[in-house]
Design a protein around this ligand. Structure first.
Ligand code: C2E
Ligand code: CA
Ligand code: CA
Ligand code: CA
Length: 278
Protein backbone atom coordinates (compact mmCIF):
# COMPACT_ATOMS: atom_id res chain seq x y z
CA UNK A 1 0.00 0.00 0.00
CA UNK A 2 1.17 3.52 -0.71
CA UNK A 3 0.03 6.94 0.35
CA UNK A 4 -0.82 9.56 -2.24
CA UNK A 5 0.16 12.99 -0.95
CA UNK A 6 -2.35 15.11 -2.82
CA UNK A 7 -5.44 13.17 -1.87
CA UNK A 8 -4.07 11.90 1.42
CA UNK A 9 -5.47 8.60 0.25
CA UNK A 10 -4.45 5.16 1.25
CA UNK A 11 -4.30 2.78 -1.71
CA UNK A 12 -4.49 -0.96 -1.43
CA UNK A 13 -3.11 -3.01 -4.28
CA UNK A 14 -5.81 -4.05 -6.74
CA UNK A 15 -8.06 -6.82 -5.47
CA UNK A 16 -6.54 -9.31 -7.92
CA UNK A 17 -3.17 -8.98 -6.21
CA UNK A 18 -4.30 -9.48 -2.65
CA UNK A 19 -3.28 -12.73 -1.12
CA UNK A 20 -6.13 -14.71 0.40
CA UNK A 21 -5.48 -13.45 3.92
CA UNK A 22 -5.32 -9.77 2.95
CA UNK A 23 -8.47 -10.18 0.93
CA UNK A 24 -10.33 -11.82 3.78
CA UNK A 25 -9.20 -9.07 6.15
CA UNK A 26 -10.28 -6.37 3.75
CA UNK A 27 -13.70 -7.95 3.27
CA UNK A 28 -14.07 -8.27 7.06
CA UNK A 29 -13.10 -4.61 7.45
CA UNK A 30 -15.61 -3.57 4.78
CA UNK A 31 -18.42 -5.39 6.57
CA UNK A 32 -17.47 -3.64 9.80
CA UNK A 33 -17.28 -0.34 7.91
CA UNK A 34 -20.81 -0.80 6.66
CA UNK A 35 -22.08 -1.54 10.19
CA UNK A 36 -20.09 1.19 11.91
CA UNK A 37 -20.86 3.80 9.27
CA UNK A 38 -17.23 4.43 8.37
CA UNK A 39 -18.29 5.49 4.89
CA UNK A 40 -18.72 9.15 4.13
CA UNK A 41 -19.94 10.95 1.06
CA UNK A 42 -17.79 13.74 -0.32
CA UNK A 43 -19.24 16.23 -2.77
CA UNK A 44 -17.42 17.81 -5.70
CA UNK A 45 -18.91 20.93 -7.31
CA UNK A 46 -19.88 20.98 -10.97
CA UNK A 47 -19.88 24.52 -12.33
CA UNK A 48 -22.11 25.85 -15.07
CA UNK A 49 -19.35 27.28 -17.26
CA UNK A 50 -21.83 29.55 -19.05
CA UNK A 51 -22.90 31.41 -15.90
CA UNK A 52 -20.29 30.50 -13.28
CA UNK A 53 -23.04 29.15 -11.00
CA UNK A 54 -22.76 25.92 -9.01
CA UNK A 55 -26.00 23.96 -8.65
CA UNK A 56 -24.72 20.46 -9.29
CA UNK A 57 -22.33 18.18 -7.44
CA UNK A 58 -21.02 14.65 -7.76
CA UNK A 59 -21.26 12.36 -4.73
CA UNK A 60 -18.02 10.41 -4.24
CA UNK A 61 -17.71 7.73 -1.59
CA UNK A 62 -14.90 7.75 0.96
CA UNK A 63 -13.92 5.19 3.56
CA UNK A 64 -12.49 6.47 6.82
CA UNK A 65 -10.56 3.38 7.82
CA UNK A 66 -9.82 3.45 11.58
CA UNK A 67 -6.13 2.56 11.03
CA UNK A 68 -5.35 3.45 7.43
CA UNK A 69 -7.24 6.74 7.19
CA UNK A 70 -8.99 7.79 4.00
CA UNK A 71 -9.06 4.91 1.48
CA UNK A 72 -9.48 5.47 -2.26
CA UNK A 73 -12.73 4.09 -3.73
CA UNK A 74 -10.68 2.62 -6.56
CA UNK A 75 -9.27 0.13 -4.04
CA UNK A 76 -12.52 -0.94 -2.43
CA UNK A 77 -15.37 -0.57 -4.96
CA UNK A 78 -14.33 -3.77 -6.84
CA UNK A 79 -14.44 -5.74 -3.56
CA UNK A 80 -17.80 -4.22 -2.65
CA UNK A 81 -19.04 -5.42 -6.03
CA UNK A 82 -17.60 -8.93 -5.65
CA UNK A 83 -19.26 -9.27 -2.27
CA UNK A 84 -22.46 -7.52 -3.48
CA UNK A 85 -22.17 -5.08 -0.56
CA UNK A 86 -22.31 -2.27 -3.14
CA UNK A 87 -26.06 -2.91 -3.44
CA UNK A 88 -26.87 -1.73 0.09
CA UNK A 89 -24.15 0.90 0.15
CA UNK A 90 -25.34 2.29 -3.20
CA UNK A 91 -28.85 2.54 -1.81
CA UNK A 92 -27.59 4.38 1.25
CA UNK A 93 -25.59 6.77 -0.97
CA UNK A 94 -28.69 7.43 -3.07
CA UNK A 95 -30.82 8.36 -0.07
CA UNK A 96 -28.13 10.50 1.57
CA UNK A 97 -27.42 12.31 -1.71
CA UNK A 98 -31.11 13.03 -2.27
CA UNK A 99 -31.62 14.40 1.25
CA UNK A 100 -28.51 16.56 0.87
CA UNK A 101 -29.63 17.81 -2.56
CA UNK A 102 -32.95 18.84 -1.01
CA UNK A 103 -31.17 20.77 1.75
CA UNK A 104 -29.13 22.63 -0.88
CA UNK A 105 -32.30 23.17 -2.97
CA UNK A 106 -33.94 24.86 -0.01
CA UNK A 107 -30.87 26.86 0.89
CA UNK A 108 -29.18 27.83 -2.39
CA UNK A 109 -30.77 26.85 -5.70
CA UNK A 110 -34.15 25.34 -6.67
CA UNK A 111 -32.56 23.07 -9.26
CA UNK A 112 -29.73 21.76 -7.12
CA UNK A 113 -28.81 18.26 -8.23
CA UNK A 114 -26.47 15.64 -6.81
CA UNK A 115 -25.06 13.00 -9.15
CA UNK A 116 -24.56 9.49 -7.85
CA UNK A 117 -22.27 6.89 -9.40
CA UNK A 118 -23.90 3.52 -9.93
CA UNK A 119 -22.77 -0.06 -10.22
CA UNK A 120 -24.61 -2.56 -12.50
CA UNK A 121 -25.51 -4.73 -9.49
CA UNK A 122 -27.75 -1.97 -8.19
CA UNK A 123 -29.88 -2.30 -11.31
CA UNK A 124 -29.68 -6.10 -11.48
CA UNK A 125 -30.84 -6.36 -7.86
CA UNK A 126 -33.82 -4.18 -8.86
CA UNK A 127 -33.17 -1.84 -5.91
CA UNK A 128 -33.37 1.10 -8.31
CA UNK A 129 -37.02 0.22 -8.90
CA UNK A 130 -37.79 1.68 -5.46
CA UNK A 131 -35.89 4.93 -5.85
CA UNK A 132 -38.81 6.93 -7.17
CA UNK A 133 -41.10 5.82 -4.32
CA UNK A 134 -38.37 6.51 -1.75
CA UNK A 135 -38.13 10.09 -2.96
CA UNK A 136 -41.93 10.42 -3.02
CA UNK A 137 -41.98 9.37 0.64
CA UNK A 138 -39.31 11.95 1.43
CA UNK A 139 -41.11 14.59 -0.59
CA UNK A 140 -38.07 15.08 -2.84
CA UNK A 141 -38.29 15.56 -6.60
CA UNK A 142 -36.42 13.02 -8.79
CA UNK A 143 -34.78 16.03 -10.45
CA UNK A 144 -32.63 16.28 -7.32
CA UNK A 145 -30.68 13.21 -8.47
CA UNK A 146 -28.52 12.61 -11.52
CA UNK A 147 -27.58 8.99 -12.18
CA UNK A 148 -24.08 8.45 -13.56
CA UNK A 149 -23.62 5.30 -15.59
CA UNK A 150 -20.72 3.98 -17.65
CA UNK A 151 -20.68 2.54 -21.12
CA UNK A 152 -19.87 -0.95 -19.96
CA UNK A 153 -23.20 -1.02 -18.13
CA UNK A 154 -25.00 -0.61 -21.44
CA UNK A 155 -23.09 -3.37 -23.17
CA UNK A 156 -24.64 -6.43 -24.70
CA UNK A 157 -26.02 -8.84 -22.12
CA UNK A 158 -26.98 -6.06 -19.72
CA UNK A 159 -30.21 -5.45 -21.61
CA UNK A 160 -32.40 -5.02 -18.55
CA UNK A 161 -30.24 -2.16 -17.26
CA UNK A 162 -31.22 0.00 -20.20
CA UNK A 163 -34.88 -0.77 -19.52
CA UNK A 164 -34.46 0.32 -15.90
CA UNK A 165 -32.78 3.50 -17.09
CA UNK A 166 -35.64 4.34 -19.43
CA UNK A 167 -38.04 3.90 -16.53
CA UNK A 168 -35.95 6.07 -14.21
CA UNK A 169 -35.71 8.77 -16.86
CA UNK A 170 -39.47 8.67 -17.39
CA UNK A 171 -39.84 9.16 -13.62
CA UNK A 172 -37.80 12.37 -13.84
CA UNK A 173 -34.26 11.32 -12.92
CA UNK A 174 -31.51 12.62 -15.17
CA UNK A 175 -28.89 10.27 -16.57
CA UNK A 176 -25.26 11.07 -17.34
CA UNK A 177 -22.90 8.88 -19.35
CA UNK A 178 -19.62 8.93 -17.39
CA UNK A 179 -16.04 8.55 -18.67
CA UNK A 180 -17.19 9.26 -22.21
CA UNK A 181 -14.61 8.39 -24.83
CA UNK A 182 -12.79 5.69 -22.90
CA UNK A 183 -14.98 2.74 -23.86
CA UNK A 184 -15.46 0.77 -27.03
CA UNK A 185 -18.29 2.14 -29.10
CA UNK A 186 -19.45 5.28 -27.37
CA UNK A 187 -21.21 6.58 -30.45
CA UNK A 188 -23.41 3.53 -30.81
CA UNK A 189 -24.68 4.02 -27.25
CA UNK A 190 -25.58 7.61 -27.92
CA UNK A 191 -27.77 6.45 -30.74
CA UNK A 192 -29.38 3.69 -28.72
CA UNK A 193 -30.02 5.28 -25.34
CA UNK A 194 -31.63 8.50 -24.29
CA UNK A 195 -29.46 10.28 -21.79
CA UNK A 196 -29.16 13.86 -20.56
CA UNK A 197 -25.42 14.47 -20.17
CA UNK A 198 -22.10 13.31 -21.44
CA UNK A 199 -19.14 13.51 -19.11
CA UNK A 200 -15.93 13.87 -21.09
CA UNK A 201 -13.31 11.74 -19.40
CA UNK A 202 -10.48 13.56 -17.69
CA UNK A 203 -7.92 11.84 -19.93
CA UNK A 204 -9.09 14.15 -22.76
CA UNK A 205 -9.10 17.24 -20.55
CA UNK A 206 -5.62 16.59 -19.12
CA UNK A 207 -3.66 17.74 -22.16
CA UNK A 208 -6.27 19.97 -23.77
CA UNK A 209 -4.02 23.03 -23.55
CA UNK A 210 -0.92 21.26 -24.89
CA UNK A 211 -2.27 18.71 -27.35
CA UNK A 212 -4.25 20.14 -30.24
CA UNK A 213 -5.66 16.68 -31.04
CA UNK A 214 -7.28 16.50 -27.61
CA UNK A 215 -8.78 19.94 -28.14
CA UNK A 216 -10.20 18.86 -31.50
CA UNK A 217 -11.66 15.73 -29.91
CA UNK A 218 -13.31 17.69 -27.10
CA UNK A 219 -14.67 20.20 -29.57
CA UNK A 220 -16.11 17.45 -31.77
CA UNK A 221 -17.69 15.68 -28.80
CA UNK A 222 -19.30 18.92 -27.66
CA UNK A 223 -20.68 19.83 -31.10
CA UNK A 224 -22.04 16.31 -31.57
CA UNK A 225 -23.58 16.22 -28.09
CA UNK A 226 -25.28 19.56 -28.60
CA UNK A 227 -26.69 18.47 -31.93
CA UNK A 228 -28.11 15.41 -30.14
CA UNK A 229 -29.64 17.63 -27.46
CA UNK A 230 -27.21 16.63 -24.70
CA UNK A 231 -25.29 18.81 -22.26
CA UNK A 232 -21.59 18.20 -21.70
CA UNK A 233 -19.64 18.06 -18.45
CA UNK A 234 -15.83 18.11 -18.63
CA UNK A 235 -14.16 16.35 -15.71
CA UNK A 236 -10.63 16.70 -14.39
CA UNK A 237 -10.19 20.46 -14.94
CA UNK A 238 -6.99 21.32 -13.08
CA UNK A 239 -6.01 24.73 -14.50
CA UNK A 240 -7.61 28.06 -15.39
CA UNK A 241 -6.30 27.59 -18.92
CA UNK A 242 -8.15 24.29 -19.31
CA UNK A 243 -11.30 25.88 -17.96
CA UNK A 244 -11.23 28.86 -20.31
CA UNK A 245 -10.41 26.65 -23.28
CA UNK A 246 -13.42 24.46 -22.50
CA UNK A 247 -15.57 27.55 -22.13
CA UNK A 248 -14.40 28.79 -25.51
CA UNK A 249 -15.51 25.54 -27.17
CA UNK A 250 -18.91 25.85 -25.46
CA UNK A 251 -18.60 23.09 -22.90
CA UNK A 252 -21.64 23.46 -20.60
CA UNK A 253 -20.30 22.28 -17.24
CA UNK A 254 -16.93 21.74 -15.64
CA UNK A 255 -15.61 19.74 -12.69
CA UNK A 256 -12.11 19.35 -11.31
CA UNK A 257 -9.54 20.25 -8.68
CA UNK A 258 -9.19 23.75 -10.18
CA UNK A 259 -12.77 24.45 -9.04
CA UNK A 260 -12.59 22.35 -5.91
CA UNK A 261 -11.54 18.96 -4.68
CA UNK A 262 -14.37 16.71 -3.42
CA UNK A 263 -15.37 18.03 0.03
CA UNK A 264 -17.13 16.65 3.11
CA UNK A 265 -20.69 17.96 3.24
CA UNK A 266 -20.03 20.66 5.86
CA UNK A 267 -17.12 22.04 3.82
CA UNK A 268 -19.20 21.88 0.65
CA UNK A 269 -21.96 23.80 2.39
CA UNK A 270 -19.40 26.51 3.31
CA UNK A 271 -18.18 26.56 -0.28
CA UNK A 272 -21.75 27.19 -1.45
CA UNK A 273 -22.31 29.83 1.23
CA UNK A 274 -19.32 31.74 -0.08
CA UNK A 275 -20.43 31.46 -3.69
CA UNK A 276 -24.03 32.37 -2.95
CA UNK A 277 -23.06 34.97 -0.33
CA UNK A 278 -25.67 33.57 2.06
P1 C2E B 1 -15.38 8.87 -11.49
O1 C2E B 1 -16.83 8.61 -11.41
O2 C2E B 1 -14.79 9.11 -12.84
O3 C2E B 1 -15.11 10.10 -10.51
C1 C2E B 1 -14.23 11.14 -10.78
C2 C2E B 1 -12.90 10.93 -10.08
O4 C2E B 1 -12.01 11.96 -10.49
C3 C2E B 1 -13.00 11.06 -8.56
O5 C2E B 1 -12.07 10.14 -8.01
C4 C2E B 1 -12.55 12.50 -8.32
O6 C2E B 1 -12.07 12.72 -7.02
C5 C2E B 1 -11.48 12.62 -9.35
N1 C2E B 1 -11.21 13.99 -9.74
C6 C2E B 1 -12.01 15.07 -9.64
N2 C2E B 1 -11.42 16.17 -10.13
C7 C2E B 1 -10.20 15.78 -10.57
C8 C2E B 1 -9.11 16.48 -11.18
O7 C2E B 1 -9.14 17.68 -11.43
N3 C2E B 1 -8.02 15.74 -11.51
C9 C2E B 1 -7.94 14.41 -11.26
N4 C2E B 1 -6.83 13.76 -11.59
N5 C2E B 1 -8.96 13.71 -10.68
C10 C2E B 1 -10.07 14.41 -10.34
P2 C2E B 1 -12.47 9.24 -6.76
O8 C2E B 1 -13.34 10.00 -5.82
O9 C2E B 1 -11.20 8.64 -6.26
O10 C2E B 1 -13.35 8.12 -7.40
C11 C2E B 1 -12.80 7.19 -8.29
C12 C2E B 1 -13.85 6.34 -8.94
O11 C2E B 1 -14.50 5.50 -7.97
C13 C2E B 1 -14.97 7.16 -9.55
O12 C2E B 1 -14.56 7.65 -10.82
C14 C2E B 1 -16.08 6.13 -9.62
O13 C2E B 1 -15.90 5.29 -10.74
C15 C2E B 1 -15.83 5.32 -8.34
N6 C2E B 1 -16.74 5.80 -7.30
C16 C2E B 1 -16.59 6.84 -6.45
N7 C2E B 1 -17.65 6.96 -5.63
C17 C2E B 1 -18.53 5.98 -5.99
C18 C2E B 1 -19.81 5.57 -5.54
O14 C2E B 1 -20.44 6.19 -4.65
N8 C2E B 1 -20.38 4.49 -6.16
C19 C2E B 1 -19.75 3.82 -7.17
N9 C2E B 1 -20.39 2.76 -7.73
N10 C2E B 1 -18.54 4.18 -7.63
C20 C2E B 1 -17.93 5.24 -7.06
CA1 CA C 1 -18.62 9.70 -11.99
CA1 CA D 1 -15.88 10.07 -14.58
CA1 CA E 1 -12.89 9.06 -15.43
Amino acid sequence: AKADGRNKFHYFTSSMQHNAQERANLIRDLRIALQDEQFEIYYQPIEDLRTGEVYKAEALIRWNHPENGLVSPISFIPLLEETRMIIDLGDWIFTQAAKQAQIWRDKFHDDFQVNVNTSPLQFQSKKTKYWYQRLQDLNISPGAIGIEITESMLMEGQENISEHLIELRDQGFQVALDDFGTGYSSLAYLKKFDIDYLKIDKSFVNQIAEDSDDKVLCEAIIIMAHRLGLDVVAEGIETEQQKSLLKSIECDYGQGYHLSKPLPKAAFDKYLEERYKV
